[in-house]
Design a protein around this ligand. Structure first.
Ligand SMILES: [Zn+2]
Length: 336
């Protein structure tokens, strides 16, 4: 932790970090903020930076907290009595959690005269939880600041939207997104595949549970390899390798996206659009290189169109196994 944590958030959101340090320096902080941005864009980290700036004893010449003093450290380990963080317990923020916040709100600061409340993923508050929070936002007591974060502004109660100052977080660059994903535990070997499927780091984490995404990567890689050898076994493989991974609609969609991604990657190789570090299927590099030489651009484009068409059909109510098998047959005939 410590200084590196501060440097990470400053690199990730330099403008916002500097903006808030200046605002605090000028004593212009408002009492309620809503930070809006994709998960992984550093909302909670910036909220903690703000808290550190408010409590730190060794603010440096540039207006940044030190990150290493007793105050800064307790904030980073969530042990500071006057900096209260609430994160969703499972899928929602329960009334109990907000009740805890409320009782904290009503207490005056334990050590000084400043309190900071951070509510992560505020869209997950139940309506009654949100309403209790609203009371605080409407009638702030003393020197308290509430910072709510969300990745989905449309799920926040309008009454909360209208009473908080909304701060939009800029989208992360692909490099920043990759770094954030790896920081939050996505394996380097699957991070590009995860990014080909979603920009949402929370979703990436779900796909990565129990190595599921890594297994999809292997199964789709095998399917691709059979297809590039014009091997009919690719059809059988849907039942044996793909279906065990396709338990529900969400996972089926990811598998279809991964199938599309490997053909995209082969096409991109034609134009040398991606470097090796950007590959979604690094283990299949040799096969993709070979396929690029054996399959022409026109064929690749037709195959990608077939994949996208299959994805549209899938959104209707057709069974996954049958549409993926017929996709496989279509690709075999494109390559015949
Ligand atoms: Zn400090």
């Amino acid at each position: 932790m410590s200084k590196e944590a501060i440097e990470r958030i400053i690199t990730k959101q330099p403008k916002l970090a500097q903006h808030f340090m200046t605002v605090i320096g000028e004593n212009e902080l408002t009492h309620a903020y809503l930070f809006v941005g994709e998960s992984g864009s550093g909302q909670v980290a910036l909220a903690e930076l703000i808290a550190m700036r408010l409590f730190c004893h060794n603010v440096d010449d540039t207006g940044m907290p030190c990150g290493v003093c007793y105050e800064c450290q307790r904030i980073q380990t969530q042990e500071h009595p006057d900096v209260v963080e609430v994160k969703p317990d499972g899928q929602s923020i329960k009334v109990d959690q907000v009740r805890f916040l409320k009782s904290e709100f009503s207490k005056s600061a334990v050590e000084g005269n400043q309190k900071v409340f951070i509510v992560a993923d505020a869209e997950k508050m139940t309506t009654s939880a949100a309403n209790s929070l609203l009371k605080f936002i409407e009638e702030p007591t003393g020197n308290t600041i509430a910072i709510l974060t969300t990745s989905n502004r449309s799920l926040i109660l309008p009454t909360i939207l209208s009473r908080t100052q909304i701060v939009e977080f800029p989208k992360l660059s692909l490099t920043q997104l990759r770094e954030s994903a790896i920081e939050s535990g996505i394996a380097k070997s699957t991070v590009n595949l995860a990014m080909a499927i979603t920009n949402d780091i929370e979703q990436m984490k779900q796909f990565s549970e129990n190595d599921w995404l890594a297994q999809v990567q292997v199964a789709v890689g095998k399917w691709f390899s059979k297809l590039t050898q014009r091997d009919d076994m690719a059809v059988i493989q849907i039942a044996t390798d793909i279906m065990p991974l396709a338990q529900d609609k969400a996972s089926q969609q990811v598998i279809l996206d991964a199938m599309t991604a490997i053909w995209h990657e082969t096409l991109n190789q034609h134009f040398q659009l991606k470097t090796a570090e950007q590959s979604a299927f690094p283990q299949q590099k040799a096969i993709i290189d070979k396929a690029r030489l054996a399959i022409n651009q026109r064929q690749l484009i037709s195959i990608i169109q077939d994949c996208l068409e299959t994805r549209r059909e899938f959104l209707g109510n057709i069974g996954f196994q049958s549409i993926v098998e017929s996709l496989t047959l279509k690709i075999l005939s494109q390559l015949a």
